[in-house]
Design a protein around this ligand. Structure first.
Ligand code: ADP
Length: 499
């Protein structure tokens, strides 16, 4: 049973099927070629017989004289060669008058049947050589050549001579026998070559399958070495390697995310625990308990904001978060949030200002817009060292509103710039001392996209960063039809989530 299954598996294998297709094609091709060449050979042999018959027709004219409606062969009887030629001409020979009446015919001619009167008359009228195939009683085939013969008295007769095609048949049979004897050898070597090529061509595919089988979460660094042949398989290998690379990156990011999340959750949890323990073991007065409770509550708030940010992003990315659009004054929202950030900016010894053109109304989700502005301002404040400045600008351009947040902070190097909107991506080094999960910009990107806008970053390490967001004033039909909320969005007054 096992062997049978294995056998079936082998039969279903690509190598076998490729070889089989190749062999079937080869058999078809070789058989067709055999018949084709046999046809050509047969035509060449037939033409040779016709050429000989045309020559013999000339000899008939030289040796034959018709005297009183009787054939009289005039040749040198002493000359063996001439005698032989005439004898051969007489072997298949027919003489008829212009009306088609047979005057004389050789014994062989009688054997395969003389020509009808109508045929003779027709042949004489056409003035063209008359060709005919006849089969003797023993199966031997003859090529007949007939035509008009005019004697010395200008009398027209019909003469036909013939030659056996037996030699042609023997040659053709020999060719067929030899060719079809050679055929299995040709097919076998062609099939072996096909098998060899299929095995070689599919080897990388097997390697690919084996590597894919070995890949687990623990060894995602496995790659298939490229063959540098530039063919489709190389393309497949490179696509596969790129896919594993993406998987590896995503695994690394998920691992990093787990570490960051645990860290992010553990810090406030430890603080809460510490505050509660202090209250439990050392507090004696009601104010001490109250203070510990307030501190613990602040940390619980931080904790819940982190969890909320992660939950919201995952809802947003899985399409569960729909926009609740309303008409709002974008400038006023920016002004409000800039005001909220004045205290942290002052604490960080930064100059925070805004440049607003007056009311700029847009149709947007207030909560998400507040979150977007907060995230950008929060980053600008986080990544700008003491003494720097942060500016928020709004420009109304008719159908769009442009929002800019510019800082004189640490900047982002060009190699990291393409990744900053990736979920969980944090620029190594630069963001080490600064708390964050690498979710803020992913959120900003989602909010901008959901509103049908675009985002652009211009950054120079050590000099600063400028984020430019362009939002349409009214939603386009595609972005307006957002899916319904599976979970209610936070109330408009809720603080914007920070990463
Ligand atoms: P995080 O929680 O780390 O701030 P974000 O998604 O908001 O995550 O930002 C991703 C990374 O982009 C940050 O870790 C930081 O390195 C970089 N970044 C974002 N904004 C700025 C900025 N204004 N200046 C310099 N670097 C920035």
């Amino acid at each position: 049973m096992c062997t049978l299954l294995r056998k079936l598996g082998f039969v279903r294998g690509l190598r076998f099927r490729l070889t089989l297709t190749n062999s079937v094609f080869l058999i078809g091709l070789l058989v067709a070629m055999g018949f084709f060449f046999r046809g050509i050979l047969s035509r060449i042999l037939d033409n040779q017989v016709r050429d000989v018959l045309n020559e013999e027709w000339g000899a008939v004219k030289g040796y034959l004289v018709i005297h009183k409606r009787k054939p009289d062969w005039r040749y040198d009887r002493e000359d063996e060669e001439e005698a032989f030629i005439v004898q051969r001409l007489q072997r298949v020979f027919l003489l008829a008058d212009a009306k088609g009446s047979i005057i004389t015919s050789s014994q062989l001619y009688d054997d395969f049947g003389v020509i009808s009167r109508e045929e003779i008359v027709k042949a004489l009228a056409s003035r063209e050589p008359f060709w005919l195939l006849r089969t003797a009683s023993d199966g031997e085939q003859f090529q007949i050549r007939g035509g008009a013969f005019v004697d010395d008295n200008d009398q027209t007769y019909f003469v036909a001579i013939g030659r056996t095609l037996g030699y042609n048949a023997t040659t053709l049979n020999q060719f067929t026998k030899d060719y079809f004897l050679l055929l299995p050898l040709l097919i076998l070597s062609g099939s072996l070559l096909g098998w060899f090529v299929a095995v070689r061509a599919l080897r990388p595919v097997n390697e690919l399958a084996q590597t894919a089988e070995r890949i687990t979460g623990a060894n995602l660094n496995l790659r298939i070495p490229p063959r540098h042949s530039g063919d489709e398989l190389d393309n497949l290998i490179s696509t596969f390697n790129k896919m594993v690379e993406r998987l590896e990156n995503s695994f690394i990011m998920t691992r990093q995310f787990n570490t960051d999340v645990s860290h992010e959750l553990r810090t406030p949890l430890t603080a809460i625990r510490g505050q509660l323990e202090v209250a439990l073991f050392t507090a004696t007065r009601a104010e001490q308990y109250r203070e510990a409770m307030i501190n613990a509550l602040e940390d619980v708030d931080r904790l819940s904001q982190t969890v909320k940010a992660m939950l919201l992003l995952s809802q947003a990315e899985s399409g569960q978060l729909a926009l609740q659009r309303s008409s709002l004054d974008f400038s006023a929202v920016v002004e409000d949030i800039v005001d909220q950030f004045q205290i942290p900016a002052e604490a960080a010894e930064l100059h925070l200002s805004c440049d607003l053109p007056g009311p700029a109304r847009i149709e947007a989700d207030r909560v998400q817009i507040e979150r977007m502005i907060s995230n950008l301002l929060s980053n600008a404040v986080k990544y700008t060292p003491k003494g720097g400045s942060v500016t928020a600008r709004v420009r109304a351009n008719g159908s769009t509103v442009v929002f800019e947040v510019e800082d004189t902070g640490v900047g982002i190097s060009p190699s990291h710039l393409p990744h900053i909107f990736d979920r969980l991506y944090r620029v190594p080094g630069a963001s080490k001392e600064v708390q964050g999960l690498g979710l803020g910009l992913s959120f900003v990107a989602w909010i901008v996209k959901a509103h049908g806008g675009s985002i652009d970053v211009d950054s120079h390490p050590g000099a600063g960063t400028r984020f430019t967001i362009t939002l349409p004033v009214t939603p386009s039909p595609a972005t307006a039809a957002a899916p319904p909320l599976l979970e209610p969005a936070p109330a408009p007054s809720a603080p914007a989530a920070q990463s």
